[in-house]
Design a protein around this ligand. Structure first.
Ligand SMILES: [Zn+2]
Length: 171
């Protein structure tokens, strides 16, 4: 059963993504730039959040989490390598790990470069990869704190939602 993907514009140049499986009722949220538009999108569709997948620790990807979790009970997944600066995780994952969503595998890929400990979530069954700030239109996210590894910020699938609108920034 194909999952439904909803792009939720957040802040001035960012996005969150909702993935919903009608059969199970499961709904995953990828990153939480701010709560209000995400909560509105869930309410509008009558969806209850069951999972949150964080790509990296930057505030514009996690700062809405507490307000979202105040209204939804959801399991939070993030990188074990970034756990010391991420919100508390229910499931810590690393490069090569795979977990299941809606009966489909979700592969964890280490895409450190924009920041160390940045992960992407690849759902081959749905031909989607959530790359956070590691991959943006026309390039990859700007390196932060000198850890630039553009070699690991390459596209892994077509149809991928990009992290932010930074069209003028390249690797
Ligand atoms: Zn970032």
């Amino acid at each position: 059963m194909p999952v439904e993907l909803v792009t939720v514009p957040c802040l001035s140049d960012n996005y969150a993504f909702l993935i919903h499986d009608d059969d199970s009722g499961a709904t995953a949220l990828v990153d939480v730039p701010e709560a209000a538009p995400i909560l509105d999108a869930l309410k509008k569709r009558g969806w209850s959040l069951t999972e949150v997948w964080l790509t990296h620790h930057h505030p514009d990807h996690v700062q809405g989490l507490d307000a979202v979790l105040a209204q939804h009970t959801a399991q939070v997944t993030g990188a074990s390598a970034d756990a010391h600066r991420l919100p508390p995780l229910d499931r810590a994952v690393a490069e090569g790990d795979t977990f299941s969503f809606a009966g489909e595998p979700v592969h964890v890929i280490d895409v450190s470069g924009h920041t160390v400990g940045h992960i992407a979530y690849h759902m081959p069954g749905a031909a989607i990869a959530f790359t956070g700030d590691s991959l943006m239109a026309m390039g990859c996210g700007p390196g932060v704190r000198g850890h630039v590894r553009p070699d690991v910020a390459q596209p892994v699938e077509t149809g991928r939602p990009r992290g932010r609108d930074h069209d003028l920034l390249g690797p």
